[in-house]
Design a protein around this ligand. Structure first.
Ligand SMILES: Cc1cc2nc3c(=O)[nH]c(=O)nc-3n(C[C@H](O)[C@H](O)[C@H](O)COP(=O)(O)OP(=O)(O)OC[C@H]3O[C@@H](n4cnc5c(N)ncnc54)[C@H](O)[C@@H]3O)c2cc1C
Length: 280
């Protein structure tokens, strides 16, 4: 069975689509993953980078995973603490030791969401931040926000060829947070105790424009400050584009951006090229 429910605890097989799990939770009156609607991928991949969006992340609800441990040669159970979840990272992120088989979440029986934490979602719902609204309404508001940014996979969308977030939301200290909040930047507190600012906001503040070509084959999305591939983009062009953006953002805002996607193939070469242009 795809979803095994025991009260508010739900175990999902790793290969199941995240979207189906989120929809199932909403339909069952279980709160805790409704703002993860629209994120592509499987449930088994969600602990790997502690998938999250709009105020919820896997770390908030994860109880345990079962996995095949290729070192021990046996099936193991890892608690949420064992998984060492952080901002878009975990013990699994740069390891081939485990194949996740099933993921167990503890949700909350409620027809209403947690207080809305993100201004854009509150705006789409036309309610003040901090309001709790029916789960399905939050999910449609999040989907509308994501569509508006080209962040829902849609082959008919010219901004479809993107990897989601190109940069991690950078951590800011108290002084930076106060300055950025005064400039109306979306600065949010995360459950790991960090305070982070939206990378997209920083890119806009650094002077980039929507649709702007960055390097041949890579341009800014027409909807949102993230990169999309046009035509004959290469991985090297993508790395070059991330370098140009990170350098410009650092020079204009003082905040360092770190790319989120992992690089494969000639990774070492690409990474060293990226590092050559980054501050020590
Ligand atoms: C348009 C778009 C929007 C996105 N929005 C968001 C967002 O809002 N928030 C967010 O956090 N992410 C977002 N992402 C990133 C992506 O959706 C997530 O990383 C998702 O978890 C990938 O799932 P997948 O099944 O495709 O995994 P893959 O991309 O196939 O794999 C991702 C990594 O997880 C590993 N992995 C996958 N399954 C398992 C398993 N069963 N056991 C062990 N390791 C495994 C892979 O080896 C790989 O290292 C977005 C991506 C796109 C393209």
């Amino acid at each position: 069975m795809a979803f095994e429910r025991d009260g508010e605890t739900v175990t999902v097989q790793a290969g199941h689509a995240l979207q189906d799990f989120v929809s199932h939770a909403i339909d069952s009156g279980l709160a805790g993953v409704e703002t993860l609607i629209g994120i592509p991928g499987t449930v088994g991949a969600t602990p790997v980078q502690n998938v999250g969006a709009y105020g919820q992340e896997v770390a908030d609800t994860l109880v345990r995973v079962t996995a095949w441990d290729w070192v021990a040669g046996s099936e193991v159970t890892l608690s949420a603490a064992d998984c060492q979840l952080g901002h878009r990272t975990s013990i699994f992120k740069h390891s081939t030791r485990w194949t996740l088989l099933a993921v167990t979440f503890r949700l909350r029986s409620s027809k209403l969401s947690s207080p809305i934490a993100y201004g854009v979602v509150a705006k789409a719902l036309d309610v003040p931040k901090g309001t709790c609204v029916p789960l399905a309404e939050v999910a449609s508001a999040v989907l509308a926000v994501r569509r508006g940014k080209g962040m829902v996979l849609d082959p008919s969308d010219i901004d479809n060829r993107n990897v989601g977030s190109v940069f991690l939301s950078p951590v800011v200290d108290d002084t930076q947070a106060a300055r950025l909040r005064a400039e109306q930047a979306p600065v949010n507190d995360f459950t790991d105790g960090s305070t982070r600012v939206s990378a997209s906001w920083l890119i806009g503040a650094a002077g980039f424009t929507l649709g702007q070509p960055i390097v041949p084959g890579i341009r800014m999305s027409t909807k949102h400050f993230t990169l999309v591939a046009d035509g004959h983009a290469t991985a090297a062009a993508f790395v070059e584009a991330t370098r140009i953006i990170a350098d410009t953002v650092r020079q204009t805002t003082g905040v360092q951006l770190t790319p989120e996607p992992d690089l494969f193939g000639d990774e070492a070469d690409l990474t060293s090229r990226l590092r050559q242009h980054s501050p020590a």
